[in-house]
Design a protein around this ligand. Structure first.
Ligand code: GUN
Length: 293
């Protein structure tokens, strides 16, 4: 069994991006500029956004944080989005979700120019992805593809079982792994809460992607010998031995599943460690006009 170390991979990719930034500076070009819009004081969002800003600083990207109180009017937020769409100094931006209840998240997402949508949440990017056209990919699926690619894990003809059908992980990764080319060409089964006999489906998998959000959900006897297991879950469970009172576990019962795998991502330090890096890769692509000319 080999651990797929997302933290190490993430550090390596960040070093590559930092070298690209150095080259841009040498060539007299502008460095990538990411803007994050943060509304309210959701503690998890605070942590995510500060990680994004810190990672930008680490690799020499320019970053800007725009903060608004939780009672910001939807119209004011739309105005911020329109201004960012039209600001030539901004390569890409994100509006951190969730937004307060009085704001329609769909309306905000639709207002973002797909050319600057480095989260890959706009339906234009989703549609382009589904058709195999160049697109900004959402961070978690993009991170998973990079983990597979950079470990040369074979995917062609493999049976991949995705557990969970969310718009930002399960559904897009099922499309991406079934696309032509590497890493793809899988035969994909997308499973969810209404799937009959889920253990039997997972047992057929050469590659399992667990993205259901339930701690330790995938059991040892559900996984075929030699399978590749990608655990997307980040779940807090009580642990009195920790100072914080909790520990993070994935959607996979790691201790029971890991001995059966050829490769497995740990939690923490697996897929989660790659998500901010995927956002940085998208921002570099936005700057270089790799997706849209
Ligand atoms: N909230 C949780 N994850 C994300 C993300 O990747 N992007 C945005 N914009 N909000 C989030």
């Amino acid at each position: 069994m080999q651990l797929l170390d997302g933290k190490l991979l993430s550090e390596n990719i960040k070093a590559e991006l930092a070298a690209e930034v150095d080259q841009l500076i040498k060539d007299g070009k502008k460095v990538p500029h990411l803007v994050a819009v943060l509304v309210g004081d959701n503690p998890a969002s605070e942590v995510y956004v500060s990680n994004k800003i810190r990672s930008c600083e680490q690799i020499g990207f320019r970053s800007t944080l725009i903060r608004r109180n939780a009672d910001v009017a939807q119209g004011d937020l739309l105005k911020i989005v329109h201004d960012l769409n039209n600001d030539p100094e901004v390569d890409g931006f994100i509006v951190q979700l969730p937004l307060p209840k009085h704001i329609n998240e769909e309306k905000i997402t639709l207002a973002i120019d797909p050319k600057k949508d480095v989260d890959g949440f706009h339906p234009v990017n989703f549609g382009r992805m589904a058709q195999g056209l160049p697109a900004f990919l959402p961070a978690t699926p993009y991170g998973i593809l990079e983990i597979l690619r950079r470990h040369n894990i074979e995917t062609a003809g493999k049976h991949c079982v995705v557990v969970g059908r969310s718009n930002i992980v399960g559904t897009p990764i099922s499309i991406l792994l079934s696309r032509k080319g590497y890493p793809g060409d899988c035969t994909v089964t997308l499973t969810h809460s209404r799937t009959q006999d889920l253990p039997a489906e997972v047992r057929r998998a050469d590659i399992v992607v667990a993205a259901i959000g339930i701690p330790n959900f995938i059991k040892g006897d559900w996984v075929k010998e030699g399978a590749v297991v990608i655990d997307v879950g980040i779940n807090r469970i009580a642990d009195s031995s920790k100072k914080s009172g909790f520990k993070l576990v994935g959607d996979v019962d790691f201790d029971a599943v890991a001995p059966k795998c050829s490769f497995i991502t740990p939690v923490p330090g697996g897929v989660g460690a790659m998500t901010v890096t995927a956002l940085l890769m998208n921002t570099m692509k936005a700057t270089q006009k790799e997706i849209y000319s």
